[in-house]
Every structure is written in C-alpha cells, then in structure tokens.
Design a protein around this ligand. Structure first.
Ligand code: NAD
Ligand code: TYD
Length: 352
C-alpha cells in the first residue's frame, strides 16, 4: 500500500487487544487519523486508553456495529482508508450460555461493516478491510501438529463458530465484490487490560484476593500464549504489508498445559506478593470441564515470520512478569471492571 496519510477505523478499540492496537497506531503513525469505534460493552473500557485519549490523531466514537444505519452513516461521513476490525464478543464460556449475542456482534456486526466497506471501496481504491480473528476457528489439535493457514476450519464452540462465519464472510466479500482484505488468526493473548474472566487475568485477580482458581477438567488442555503487544505489532505489519486476500497465523510457539501455566503463575505471584512458596497453588480447584473444550491449540506462524519478518519481542517469562506487575499496580482498574454486571455474572458462574 502507498505510504500516505490514512484515516483508519479500529473497531473494539476499548477492549483488551483493541486498546493495544489503537496505542500502536496512534503513537507510531502521527500522520494517520485513528477512529476507535466501540459500544463499550462489559469488556470495553476507556480507562485502557487514557494515555492516548488526548492525542490529536485519535478520536473515540461510541456505537454498536449491529446497528447498520449507524455504521453506514459513519462510513459515508468518514470515507475511511481502512478498517481494522476487532469488535467482538470474545469469551467462550459466555458463548455457551448466550450464543445469540455472538451471532449478533460477530456475524451480523461484521457483515454490516463489510456492506459499508464495499461502498467505501468504490470511492477509495486504497481501501483495505482487516479482520482480526482467532486460531479457535481451526477446532482442536491432538497431541501433535500445528495449525497452518491451510488447516480446515472446524469450530467447536459458539464463539469460534461465529468467528469462523465472519472469516468466511470477509473472504466471500473479497471474491464476490473484489474487497481488498487480510485476515489474521491468532493464538491466546495475555497482557495488561485483559478482562479478568479469561484464564490468566482471572487467576491473577483470584490469587490477589485469595479466591479459588477453577481449573476446568484435569487442566490438561493446552494453549499457545502470545504477549498482546506482540499481537498488536503483528497486526501493524499485516495491515501494511500483508498480501491482499491472504490469511496470516499469529503465534509465538509457546505452548502451555493449563495446569503447568497455573502452577507457574502461582509461584511467580507468591514471590511478588511475598507469600510463602506454595501458598497460592493451594487455591487450585479442579471443576467440571467446559462443554466442547478444545484440547490443544498451537500455531505455525512461519508465513508471518518469513514473509513479514515479524517475531515476538518478549519471552513468556518477561511477558508474564510484566503482566502480573501491571495487575498489581492497577488494582483500581481491576476493582472497577469487576464491579456491577460482571460481579453478578461471576457470582452466578462460580456460585460464590
Ligand atoms: P474484548 O472482549 O476484550 O474486547 C472486545 C471489544 O469489542 C470491547 O471493547 C467491546 O466493547 C467491543 N464490542 C463488543 N460488541 C460490540 C459491538 N456490537 N459494537 C461495537 N463494539 C463492540 O476482546 P479481545 O480479547 O480484545 O479480542 C479482540 C478481537 O481479537 C476479537 O475479535 C477476538 O475474536 C480476537 N482475538 C482474541 C484473542 C484473545 O486471546 N483474546 C485471540 C485471537 C483473536
Ligand atoms: P480462556 O482464557 O477462556 O481462553 P480460550 O477458551 O479462548 O482458549 O481459557 C484458556 C484455557 O483455560 C482453556 O483451556 C479453558 C481454561 N480455563 C480454566 O481452566 N478455568 C477458567 O476459569 C477459565 C476462564 C479457563
């Protein structure tokens, strides 16, 4: 893509990954105009962006991508050069109890953006649509092997089914309407601003407050963890240099069995909190398994590392240590996001 000033819409920019993507673009590209569109659901929080909120090249717009009238108006007014689409319902457990919310935002919301995008693309030849997706669309691996860009889609949860559907719509709009798009499928992220319902931030919060650590099943499921800032760096590379109508897998070759990761987290937090070694791991509680629980995710990111020269900037030990420090320094953020609606959901979920 030509190197010129751009107006880019980032959806879901008040969420976990979106806030890091907004920061990456606003600070690295002062000539770009970055518009963050977010509905501020339970997972969206403008506190994640206080450090860039006053930048001249940044603007926040509150709105719902499910509202097609609103989306069409925004696109007609702004004539974007590109969209980096992250807005989504993102938690597998919530998708099991309320799948429709996932169909609405992840499928219908994405199609609304695509409809508006093809109108913009008619006026702006440089227009690019980037869908930020997940490796969960590929389903589950057995004990060996890695997901490549050629792995067939085989989603097992309502969340991953909704992301697979939206990936397919993006690809179909490329074929049918000639839309320039890129898609990335990334492994599990961790880092600052992560809502404390996902494994790592939930367990950090529960260790701080000495609540049980609910490990699903036997804790033998495996995830491939990537520091969120490295995902934001990958998105930057793929948006600017990714080949049109291509998919890129993103991951750091960093597989952990849940129980091993939880024990490491407990040990690190005992040290940081000056607790007796082994104290936090006493909080581990094996609970009923998640239905349809994928056994193992692991990413082959060779295409991204060789074509676009991306590699992770931190080791897992560094990233996890930074993440724990961030949560220990931001207890007000934790207290804020775990109040209200979330607290009710959490109480029901774990009967506490
Ligand atoms: P998140 O739940 O932290 O944030 C989602 C954001 O989208 C929130 O700010 C929320 O307010 C906003 N949003 C939700 N519904 C909306 C709607 N209808 N209209 C406008 N905004 C809405 O999610 P995340 O973990 O930051 O994930 C971001 C994206 O990356 C998602 O598309 C997810 O599928 C994908 N992804 C996540 C991971 C991960 O490990 N978290 C890994 C790979 C891909
Ligand atoms: P999660 O963070 O929800 O991400 P995903 O399901 O999208 O991979 O879960 C990561 C792993 O941790 C997954 O195997 C489920 C497991 N898990 C638990 O054992 N207990 C929990 O309380 C949560 C939230 C997850």
């Amino acid at each position: 893509m030509a190197n010129k000033t751009k107006k880019i819409l980032i959806t879901g920019g008040a969420g976990f990954i979106g806030s890091h993507v907004v920061r990456q673009f606003v600070t690295k590209y002062p000539d770009y105009k970055i518009i963050n569109l977010d509905a501020l659901t339970y997972a969206g929080n403008l506190e994640n962006l206080v450090d860039v909120a006053e930048f001249d090249n940044y603007e926040f717009v509150k709105g719902d991508i499910v509202n097609s009238g609103f989306v069409n108006e925004l696109f007609a007014k702004e004539c974007f050069d590109g969209v980096i689409h992250l807005a989504a319902e993102s938690h597998v457990d919530r998708s099991i109890t309320n799948p429709n919310a996932f169909v609405n935002t992840n499928v219908i919301g994405t199609v609304n953006l695509l409809n508006a995008a093809i109108e913009t693309a008619k006026k702006n030849a440089d227009f690019r649509f980037y869908h930020v997706s997940t490796d969960e669309v590929y389903g589950t691996l057995g004990d060996t092997g890695l997901f490549t860009e050629q792995t067939a889609y085989s989603p097992n949860s309502p969340y991953s089914a909704s992301k697979a559907a939206s990936d397919h719509f993006v690809r179909a709009y490329g074929e049918t309407y000639g839309l320039d798009f890129v898609i990335s499928n990334c492994s599990n992220n961790y880092g600052p601003n992560h809502f404390p319902e996902k494994l790592i931030p939930l367990f950090i919060n529960n260790i701080i407050t000495k609540k049980p650590l609910p490990v699903y099943g036997k804790g033998e499921n495996t995830r491939d963890w990537l520091f969120v800032v490295d995902h934001a760096r990958a998105i930057d590379e793929i948006y600017h240099r990714g080949n049109s109508k291509n998919t890129y897998n993103v991951g750091g070759l960093n597989e952990w069995k849940n129980i091993d990761l939880v024990r490491l987290l407990c040990d690190l937090m005992d040290e940081k909190l000056n607790r007796k070694k082994g104290e936090s791991s006493e909080l581990i509680s094996f609970v009923k398994d998640r239905p349809g629980h994928d056994l193992r995710y692991a990413i082959d990111a060779k295409k991204l590392t060789t074509e676009l020269n991306w590699k992770p900037s931190v080791t897992f030990e560094e990233g996890l240590s930074k993440t724990i420090d961030w949560y220990l320094e931001n207890t007000a953020w934790l207290e804020h996001v775990t109040s209200g609606e979330y607290r009710e959901y959490y109480r029901k979920q774990y009967a506490i």
